[in-house]
Design a protein around this ligand. Structure first.
Ligand SMILES: [Mg+2]
Length: 223
């Protein structure tokens, strides 16, 4: 069957909410320097509550306003993106990766996002020792983020494989599968208990060939 197993990162291999919570802790530590009357934990809770209520977009602006802290928001974004995250691989991801390696499969990651931020995740999860090639599209420029063909082409070229020998495994039907499928790769969508796309349903060309809720389900399908 497939030789190359190419994964998305956020919400496919680890829980992105854990990264957000961890980043908010780092930002809360900074904000607590300006509000000695408040604990880091209390500020972190405020950030989390605002994020859950209104999404990620203006969390820092809103909480700084409420705390009456006058600080450059770009500085907080920098702290968030560069902090050493407290995250770990999903158990099924850990097992599936070792299983694939035992089977002699070739492993890759294509992940969208701010370059430094994605690489701190890769480092925290120790992924470079497990994967043959990792592409952070943030390194390539905005126009090369998924669903651009660029990262998929770069991946198979580097791994020296054909598209038909590879499968892409991700969680976001808006961008993970449409191009992979068009290029001839297999596509698998994982729907976990936590994630922004659990309930997303799109037109057929955006969806994957198979849907799973744990990577363990793929074990008996690997030859
Ligand atoms: Mg994802």
């Amino acid at each position: 069957m497939y030789i190359g197993y190419i994964f998305d990162l956020d919400d496919t291999l680890y829980c992105e909410h854990d990264f957000v919570t961890s980043g908010f802790r780092a930002v809360a530590k900074e904000l607590a320097c300006y509000r000695s009357d408040m604990s880091v934990g209390a500020i972190q809770e405020m950030l989390i509550a605002e994020w859950k209520k209104n999404g990620r977009g203006k969390v820092f602006n809103e909480i700084c306003k409420r705390l009456d802290v006058d600080i450059d928001i770009a500085h907080l974004v920098h702290i968030y993106r560069t902090h050493h995250p407290d995250i770990s691989l999903y158990e099924d991801a850990k097992e599936f990766i070792s299983f694939l390696k035992e089977k002699g499969k070739i492993l890759g990651i294509i992940t969208d996002g701010h370059s430094t931020m994605q690489w701190t995740k890769v480092e925290a999860l120790n992924l470079e020792s497990m994967f043959d090639y990792i592409i952070v599209t943030g390194d390539l420029g905005d126009e090369h983020w998924k669903p651009s063909e660029t990262p998929y082409r770069k991946m198979v070229e580097y791994l020296n494989l054909d598209f038909k020998d590879c499968v892409y495994i991700g969680d976001n039907p808006h961008k993970d599968f449409i191009t992979a499928r068009k290029l001839g790769m297999g596509t698998i969508r994982i729907i976990r208990n936590i994630g922004d796309h659990m309930r997303t349903r799109l037109a057929k060309e955006y969806e994957a060939d198979h849907v799973i809720d744990s990577l363990s389900e793929l074990m008996d399908r690997v030859e």
